[in-house]
Design a protein around this ligand. Structure first.
Ligand code: 4NP
Length: 150
């Protein structure tokens, strides 16, 4: 199973999603791969946001080896599942899909724990207090991913 986590900048939400799922993959000895990317190009090559690094650290997860990259059309081939954080990410990714089959790989991540609600993981970039909530939401969603696909 190869899973890609996608947000806008690939510095706040998707690095946390990647780090949390990687932690669970390691803990459960699963033969899975996880990566993350952003639909935007502003932060290519950068470390995750310091506030994401901090909240991950607080929960015993190191995300400092990650570097931001931009989502590319090739990711549709390379990954089995593509999880996006909000409806804007969803539209940005879907509009790049080369065919209908690739579109079926894409889902809003919170639909894993709250099916069909299309709930967004809120962008915490402009909100210092948002990071713990984002962590908790992604912890819940990644538990559901594990339950469904392992
Ligand atoms: P992310 O958060 O999509 O969760 O990584 C953002 C980071 C940076 C920007 C927007 C969202 N930005 O506009 O620079």
């Amino acid at each position: 199973m190869k899973i890609l986590m996608v947000c806008l900048g690939n510095i706040c939400r998707s690095p946390l999603a990647e780090g949390i799922l990687q932690h669970k993959i390691d803990k459960n000895n699963l033969d899975w791969e996880v990566d993350s990317a952003g639909t935007g190009s502003w932060h290519i090559g950068k470390l995750p946001d310091a506030r994401s690094i901090e909240v991950a650290q607080k929960h015993g997860i190191d995300i400092t080896k990650q570097r931001a990259r931009q989502f590319s059309v090739k990711d549709f081939e390379d990954f089995d599942l593509i999880f996006v954080m909000d409806s804007s990410n969803y539209q940005n990714v879907m509009r790049l899909a080369p065919n209908e089959r690739m579109k079926t790989k894409v889902a809003m991540i919170m639909n894993m724990s709250n099916p069909r609600m299309n709930e967004a993981v809120p962008d915490p970039y402009w909100d210092d207090d948002g990071f713990e909530r984002v962590f908790q939401m992604l912890d819940e969603a990644t538990d559901s991913i594990l339950k469904k696909y392992r």
